[in-house]
Ligand binder design. Sequence first.
Ligand SMILES: *Cc1c(COP(=O)(O)O)cnc(C)c1O
Length: 521
Amino acid sequence: MNRSAAVSLPVLSGLVSDTAGPVEPCLFNARNIVDYREGMQAVVAVLEKHLGTVDKPFSGIRPHELADQFTGIDLDRPLGDLALALGEVEEIYLRDAVFFHHPRYVAHLNCPVVLPAVLGDVIQSALNTAVETWDQSGGATLIEQRLIDWTASRIGLGEESDGVFTSGGTQSNLMAMLLAREHFCERRWGHCNREQGLHAQASRLRIFTSERSHFSVQKAAALLGLGYQAVVAVPCDGYHRMDTHALEAAILASKAKGDFPMAVVGTAGTTDFGSIDPLPAISRLCEVHDLWFHVDAAYGCGLLNSVQHRHRLQGIECADSVTVDYHKSFFQPVSCSAFLVRNRHHLSCVTWHADYLNPFSATQQGTPNLVDKSLQTTRRFDALKLWLTLRTLGAEQLGAMMDRVMELSRQVYLLLLSEPSLDVIHQPQLSTLVFRYAPWGLDDSERNRINPLIRQRIMDSGEAMIAGTRVNGRQYLKFTLLNPETGMDDIRAIVESIKEFGEVERQQARPVSAEQEVSHA
Ligand SMILES: *Cc1c(COP(=O)(O)O)cnc(C)c1O
């Protein structure tokens, strides 16, 4: 124990003068609202300047080139002026940022964001509400709760449902597997892991999910002490959806081995293929085998808003828990996500009553403290941007935007099919396309070599941003379409670049190997 720290306290407090007033107008408060307005205007001006001049999603800068910009920056010597600091941010960030809102950004699952949501985030940051307890949030707690109830009702989870906002699908999937594990161990063995530590048989618990599901399921299993080995990868059908016959076989095989199946994770919108697992059939198997049914709808949740495509999520209403990422297909800024459960009582496995924060007495008095059902303590009021979005634009508008990207994906699919040098390997269920440059006469190893190089060349040019992935050991390219303003013209231009760069790489390969042969001779 450090005694000297304890005795030095009175001395320290003597240093604080009662008359110390505000020295610099640096805090956000009523007195500084003029500075706030001027600062906001300066920020808007900088944004306007960059948005106005950006004509491609990325500058194409390489990491080491940008890193050079940081060498002269001494964090211990502030610039002392907002305009100078903003100028520096322009140099090290804005000028070379990746612009998700650009119509030729078609790489990852990042959506362009709707205006009311951006403005909602401005309010959230200024007030800095922390949403974990009623006494830090007031109405913010009720806004989040209403959005949770609204989402659960769109899913159809029933009267007993509940949920909480999370940092993203990764955290939601972790919560799902935590609840599934606790539920199983308590029922099967009368064992409470959170009080007693992991049950001796825990390494035999099994989670079933398709081979195309998100890696956060594996991460969750590892964090929960079950290990990657707990996750059984179920094969998919030709559409990259979980094969439910294979699922049933895997469950039975696992039981026969003496393992303990505890949960099935169905994916509504896989990250690479946008495929939606057959949720009704999975749900029936979960019922028969008494397994927790989690639906990872991090990507597919956008269909909840679509009149035209909502039916594709059929069966999601039977889930025990659901992951939704508003920051993927509700056009919200990061972070904005939620975890929902059919039976609210299951959330109590993350409840801890801290005397200073959310004492049991508060629960008894009926005070809503969202920290009772969250893994996080201090938590942003991410619900406000979604609230402002729904109250301004409404869910139907979001659904129509999703419909637009679905229709675009269908057209892009037809375009890719019509290109002899491109090989598209699936028909889109949502809004991704996985394909590769594969002209006749190019063998598999050349295709695997060239496709990542095409992607790199496109990124270097900055004219577009596309993604890449590996399927069954082969290299592919990927479009993720989430921008309703992306048009077929944009896609045609990207496809032309892909073919052009592919041809360049192909031509380059020959002379180089010929030269090497000469020099080796
Ligand atoms: C993106 C994604 C996740 C992870 O969500 P984050 O918000 O990035 O943590 C989980 N599942 C699927 C299917 C995803 O596409």
